[in-house]
Design a protein. Structure first.
Length: 378
C-alpha cells in the first residue's frame, strides 16, 4: 500500500469522500462516496490517522484517469456579464445590433444562474463590490426575475426577454442612478422628475438603439406601475399591467431593500420579504407572492444567520422549507472560528435559525469559493 496521510482540510463535512480511506494498519475505514455528517466522528477518525491508497509508480502501470471537466464558475460568469452589461449600457448610443448584444448578456446570466441558482442568489448579498450600483442592481433584479419566471413555467424565449428587460430597466436614468443612491438628503424636484420619467426615457433610448421587442419595451415602461394605480408613469392598475413587468417590479423592490446604500443600512432578507408582501400588499399582485417566497425563502443563500445552538454561519442553499435552508456554520457557539465550514440542516431543532444577522454582526471572514467550491471561484 502506497499511502498518503490526509487531514481535516481534505475532508468536507456533508460532502462525498473522493477516495477509499484506510487506518494506519491498512484496514478500510470508509469507502469512496461515503458522506460524513458528524463532526465528532470526523475528528475521531482524523486523530486515529487517515490514509488514501496511491498507485506505486515503480511496480504498477499508470492508471488512465479520465479528466473531469472543471466546473464553470457561476460567480465568474456573473462578473463577466456585469462588465459587459455596463459597457453596453453606457455606450448604447454607439452600439450596432444592440438587441443581439444585450440578449447575449441575458443568455450568459441565464446560463450562470442555471448552473447553480443558490450561488446566483448569494451573489446579490455577497458580491456587492463588482461594479457600480446602477449596473449591479439591474443584474440582481434580473437574477431574481429569471428564477421566478422559470418557476412560473414561462417559456425560454419569454424568460430571456424578461431578463433583458430587467438588465435595461433603468437605462433612462443610468448616469444619475449612482448619484441618487449616494445622496444623503431628499431628491430635489428636478431629480424626482428624472426618476418619474426614466421608464419612458428608457423606452426611447432602447428604441433609438434599434430594440423593438414589444414585451421588452412594455416591461421597461411599466416596471414602476402599482397594482392599486399609485405607480408611474401612467398610473395603471391590476390587469392593465403586464405580468412580466410585475415580476421585474417585485424583484426590483426586493433587491433594492436587501442591498446597501450610502445613506441607509439594507434590510435583512426576512424583513425585506415581509415588508414587500405584507406591508405593501395593496401595491403588488398577491398572486406572485408564492413564487417569490418559494425561490428566495425567508433566508436566501448569502444570508448571515445565528443558529439556536449559538453557531454563526451563512445560508448556502435552499432547504425543503422556505424558513429552513441549509447553512454552513463558520463560528462555534463561543465565537471561535471553526476549522472548516460545518453543514447544518436548519429544519433540525438544534440547528434552527434564531435570527438573521448583518455581516458586521456576524463578523466572519470567508470567500464564496470557501463555501460553494470551484463553482464560486473568481
Amino acid at each position: 500500500m502506497n499511502k498518503r496521510r490526509i487531514s481535516m482540510q481534505d475532508m468536507v463535512l456533508g460532502e462525498p469522500l473522493q477516495w477509499d480511506v484506510f487506518d494506519t494498519t491498512g484496514h478500510l475505514l470508509l469507502s469512496r462516496g461515503h458522506v460524513i455528517d458528524n463532526t465528532h466522528l470526523l475528528e475521531s477518525l482524523v486523530s486515529r490517522g487517515l490514509f488514501i491508497d496511491l498507485p506505486h509508480k515503480q511496480t504498477e502501470a499508470p492508471l488512465t484517469v479520465a479528466k473531469v471537466p472543471e466546473l464553470p464558475s457561476v460567480l465568474r460568469f456573473i462578473n463577466l456579464a456585469h462588465k459587459r452589461l455596463e459597457s453596453l449600457l453606457f455606450g448604447l448610443h454607439t452600439e450596432t445590433d444592440a438587441t443581439t448584444k444585450i440578449l447575449e448578456v441575458a443568455k450568459t446570466v441565464i446560463y450562470a444562474a442555471n448552473l447553480n441558482p443558490d450561488i446566483a442568489i448569494a451573489c446579490i448579498l455577497l458580491n456587492q463590490s463588482v461594479t457600480t450600483y446602477a449596473g449591479r442592481h439591474s443584474m440582481d433584479t434580473a437574477l431574481v426575475s429569471l428564477l421566478v419566471a422559470q418557476v412560473m413555467k414561462k417559456s425560454p424565449d419569454e424568460v430571456k426577454i424578461i431578463v433583458a428587460a430587467a438588465l435595461t430597466m433603468n437605462i433612462g436614468m443610468l448616469r444619475q442612478h449612482d448619484h441618487f443612491q449616494e445622496k444623503q438628503g431628499p431628491l430635489t424636484e428636478q431629480e424626482m422628475a428624472i426618476v418619474k420619467k426614466h421608464p419612458q426615457e428608457g423606452v426611447r433610448l432602447l428604441q433609438q438603439a434599434g430594440i423593438d421587442h414589444p414585451d421588452w419595451l412594455t416591461c421597461v415602461l411599466q416596471h414602476h406601475e402599482n397594482e392599486d394605480g399609485s405607480g408611474y408613469p401612467h398610473g395603471l392598475k391590476g390587469p392593465e399591467i403586464s405580468q412580466n413587468a410585475k415580476i421585474i417590479s417585485l424583484a426590483d423592490r426586493y433587491c433594492a431593500r436587501v442591498t446597501g446604500r450610502t445613506y441607509r443600512q439594507p434590510l435583512l432578507p426576512p424583513a425585506a420579504l415581509r415588508g414587500l408582501f405584507f406591508e405593501e400588499s395593496k401595491t403588488i399582485d398577491k398572486n406572485l407572492a408564492p413564487f417569490f417566497i418559494h425561490e428566495l425563502g425567508m433566508y436566501p443563500p448569502g444570508t448571515h444567520v445565528r443558529l439556536l445552538n449559538g453557531e454563526i454561519g451563512v445560508v448556502t442553499r435552499k432547504g425543503h422549507q422556505v424558513s429552513a435552508p441549509i447553512v454552513h456554520a463558520l463560528l462555534a457557539p463561543g465565537g471561535a472560528p471553526l476549522s472548516f465550514p460545518i453543514q447544518r440542516d436548519t429544519s433540525k431543532t438544534l440547528f434552527a435559525i434564531r435570527e438573521a444577522l448583518y455581516p458586521s454582526q456576524a463578523d466572519v471572514r470567508f470567500s464564496m469559493q470557501h463555501l460553494w467550491g470551484k463553482e464560486a471561484r473568481l
